[in-house]
Design a protein around this ligand. Structure first.
Ligand code: ZN
Ligand code: ZN
Length: 272
């Protein structure tokens, strides 16, 4: 059986988690995970005000301290990695080198949650289909901006906005039928720049399907995309390691043969 890897999880260094790294790592280990990369939120702006968010400057340091304190208390075959979920550099591109250039990082997720025009996706109302189309266009424009910068390793949760619409009873998704041209351009840019994508399994927990969807995973594979990490996006020990095995099944069905792990920003491919 393929070894389980989780390259997207959060601890109390993120503002939206209270979990200690030790508790998250032990829960992940119990769920079968043997490669765990902590990727706490490193947001350059406050989602409520869109002002600069100074704690972003200390996320990597705080996580490094947590890792140093727990590493010896974990099972020897639990491989811990230090990452960041680095979001919204578009607001503060001058911070790119400072935040993404930390030499101690194993892995950086390129992430996007907030648009300058509309604010945070979780604050929007999705009832109007025309508005949804605008949201997806803005979303893809921001992902494209990110893909053209080379500060990250893997693009986080493509299409995750669906979760907020579904919570309001609206079924809108990033589909190739509506946005195929933009999505293909995005995937081609990632591949050309040597970046990857993740299969974010949080949507498998709550009925939204994986992020990105299977059709986008298949397109990425058919375009030659090989770098793909798996992530639970767990924010609490109860979700640690959840649905990763299901995510692996989705990847195999889409034609992938390897799952990627990163050490010191270098990819390594483990058989799926
Ligand atoms: Zn995220
Ligand atoms: Zn996350």
């Amino acid at each position: 059986m393929a070894v389980l890897t989780d390259f997207h999880c959060h601890t109390r260094v993120s503002p939206d988690s209270t979990a200690s790294l030790y508790d998250m790592a032990m829960a992940a280990y119990a769920a079968g995970v043997r490669y765990l990369c902590v990727t706490d939120h490193c947001d350059t702006v406050d989602w409520r005000t869109m002002d600069f968010y100074p704690p972003c400057r200390t996320v990597a340091r705080r996580d490094r301290e947590e890792l140093a304190a727990v590493r010896d208390r974990l099972p020897a075959d639990m491989h811990l990695r230090l990452g960041l979920e680095l979001a919204e550099l578009r607001f503060h591109p001058e911070l790119t080198d400072e935040l993404a250039g930390d030499p101690g990082l194993d892995f950086v997720l390129g992430s996007h949650h907030i648009t300058a025009q509309l604010g945070d996706y979780h604050e929007l109302r999705y009832a109007d289909p025309a508005f949804c189309r605008r949201v997806w266009e803005l979303y893809l424009d921001n992902l494209q901006w990110t893909a053209e910068k080379n500060y990250f390793d893997v693009m986080a949760h493509i299409g995750y906005v669906r979760r907020y619409a579904m919570a309001q009873g609206v079924d809108t998704a990033l589909t190739l039928a509506e946005h195929g041209e933009q999505v293909e351009h995005l995937l081609r840019t990632l591949i050309q720049n040597g970046r990857g994508i993740e299969i974010n399994c949080s949507g498998l927990r709550d009925g939204c399907g994986p992020f990105p969807s299977e059709e986008i995973l298949r397109l990425y594979r058919s375009l030659g995309g090989e770098i793909v990490t798996a992530g639970s996006d767990a924010h609490r020990p109860a979700d640690a390691g959840k649905c990763l095995a299901q995510g692996y099944d989705v990847l195999r069905a889409c034609g992938f043969r390897y799952i990627t792990v990163f050490t010191g920003r270098k990819p390594e491919f483990l058989p799926l």
